[in-house]
Design a protein around this ligand. Structure first.
Ligand SMILES: [Ca+2]
Ligand SMILES: [Ca+2]
Length: 170
């Protein structure tokens, strides 16, 4: 005699616990969206994810807009080096062996870059100067805090961008 366990509550199509929130970023910044499926729907194996923009499947790697997409088929989507054309409605599909569901659409809005604004708060001030000076002379990831022109170095070019725009807002 064998015992079989019913899994009536665990074999359904995934549901989503929290809706995606809209985001606003500036060009060259990074946007990250994280899926929030409800727990308990992965008893038959890992959930699968696929992200979309305006309903079109996103693909990892350099995109036609100049941005770089990663995690397009994981629970976390990352878009680096955002371009104005990356704006759109972001959504994802999450599935298990029973089927899938598509999340709400969240707006990704892209504003033009703000020269000299190292901390992306819309104002060029002492905080930005401090970020550049704090990393001055170092090699960093392109567009890391302090590297305003994205050449991977924090140097006079970046300092000049802060000074030339100091006191401005955008
Ligand atoms: Ca700032
Ligand atoms: Ca630089």
């Amino acid at each position: 005699m064998s015992t079989y366990w019913g899994r009536y509550t665990l074999t359904g199509i995934p549901t989503i616990a929290r809706p995606l929130a809209s985001q606003t970023r500036r060009t060259q910044q990074t946007a990250t969206f994280t899926a929030s499926p409800s727990s308990g729907y992965d008893s038959d194996g890992p959930l699968t994810f696929q992200w979309q923009r305006n309903g079109a499947t996103l693909v990892n790697g350099p995109s036609p807009t100049g941005s770089v997409i990663s995690g397009a088929s994981t629970s976390t989507l990352t878009i680096e080096h955002l371009a104005l054309a990356d704006a759109g409605q972001i959504s994802y599909n999450v599935a298990n062996s029973c089927g899938g569901i598509t999340s709400n659409s969240a707006a990704l809005s892209i504003l033009p870059s703000c020269p000299g604004d190292a901390n992306a708060d819309g104002i060029v001030d002492f905080l930005d100067l401090n970020l550049v000076l704090g990393a001055y002379g170092s090699s960093v990831a392109p567009f890391a805090p302090g590297d305003l022109n994205g050449d991977g170095q924090v140097d006079f070019t970046d300092l000049n961008l802060v000074l030339a725009n100091f006191g401005g807002s955008c």
